[in-house]
Design a protein around this ligand. Structure first.
Ligand code: HEC
Length: 285
């Protein structure tokens, strides 16, 4: 019984002491940092999603975050703390990017917050690779971080990059400040697609009661048209077929929402989501 009691106290202490001693059980998506996770209490490194413009900044403040590494496509806006943009793809992390990540984790002031959009795929992979680079994590521990973060197993490239990452000695850490970060228009407009799509997913879960949904679906049709038109991948016949299919599904979703047909809307939403995944599986991951 006494042992149980002791175990309980230890557990409680672990739960209450996050990377900086603040209470992580009271910090999370509701506080504007989606999928927030402390990589390790000693390392003072956190990973998560795009800070919510309303609540995110004060939560970063509360966690004592001194530096931010943004691995999402859109460049960071505002913010007072040291911030570096290192946009990463879902298809993997190459040797130069690994070297930059290692440099940043070794030189930026901690606590550091590393974020992508959702906080479950690119950010944990970036943290793992940078910390393997500095020698703070082993590849095995890096893979465990991906598991813990719920990284989607279909991102083979991210898993492979962590699996094969190695420590990078001081003199081979390539300095990087993000001043010449480039993101192609296509990746950027895809993240706009994603934002509208996420709104529709939320509305779908709430039973399509949101009066904004037909307009969101119309916007999605436009964004898909513009973004899928913007890439040289278009020269590939399969890509074009998948892209036309997804525009058709989004248009059908818009029609169903305008008609107020909830069952049909749900069906179209699901088949639209399937077209996103089909194309990503073949052309992105
Ligand atoms: C016809 C192919 C195709 C379709 C359909 C498609 N995508 Fe993409 N998407 C891509 C490719 C290719 C990339 C990788 C772009 C890059 O990194 O250069 C991408 C990238 C993304 C990204 C990552 C952007 C970033 O931050 O780098 C998100 C998010 C995304 N797509 C969401 C969606 C959603 C949601 C849908 C469906 C509503 C969708 N996509 C439909 C091909 C597609």
């Amino acid at each position: 019984m006494r042992n149980m009691h002791r175990l309980f106290i230890i557990l409680l202490t672990v739960l209450l002491c996050g990377c900086d001693g603040s209470d992580p059980s009271t910090v999370g998506a509701a506080d504007g940092l989606p999928n927030l996770q402390c990589v390790d209490p000693d390392m003072q490194v956190w990973v998560g999603g795009l800070p919510h413009p309303g609540l995110g900044p004060s939560t970063l403040e509360r966690l004592g975050i001194r530096s931010v590494i943004v691995v999402d496509a859109p460049p960071p806006v505002g913010g007072t703390r040291a911030t570096v943009h290192l946009p990463l793809k879902y298809s993997g992390i190459d040797a130069l990017e690994a070297s930059h990540l290692t440099y940043l984790l070794a030189t930026m002031e901690r606590p550091i917050y590393i974020h992508c959009h959702h906080g479950t795929n690119r950010a944990p992979a970036a943290a793992a690779i940078g910390l393997i680079g500095t020698g703070e994590l082993t590849a095995e521990q890096g893979l465990r971080l991906l598991d813990r973060s719920g990284t989607n197993p279909s991102f083979d490239g991210l898993f492979e990059a962590v699996r094969t990452a190695t420590p990078i000695p001081d003199d081979r850490r390539e300095p990087y400040d993000g001043s010449d970060a480039t993101v192609d228009d296509f990746a950027l407009s895809m993240s706009d697609v994603d934002e509208v799509f996420a709104r529709l997913e939320g509305a779908s879960e709430r039973g399509w009661t949101d009066p904004q949904s037909p307009a969101d679906a119309a916007e999605l049709v436009d964004l898909l048209r513009v973004s899928l038109d913007r890439t040289s991948l278009n020269e590939d016949l399969l890509f074009r077929r998948l892209s036309e299919g997804s525009i058709e599904r989004a248009t059908a979703l818009e029609d169903a929402l305008v008609r107020g047909d909830r069952t049909e809307s749900l069906r179209e939403m699901n088949s639209l989501a399937a077209t996103c995944s089909a194309c990503h599986k073949r052309f992105r991951n």
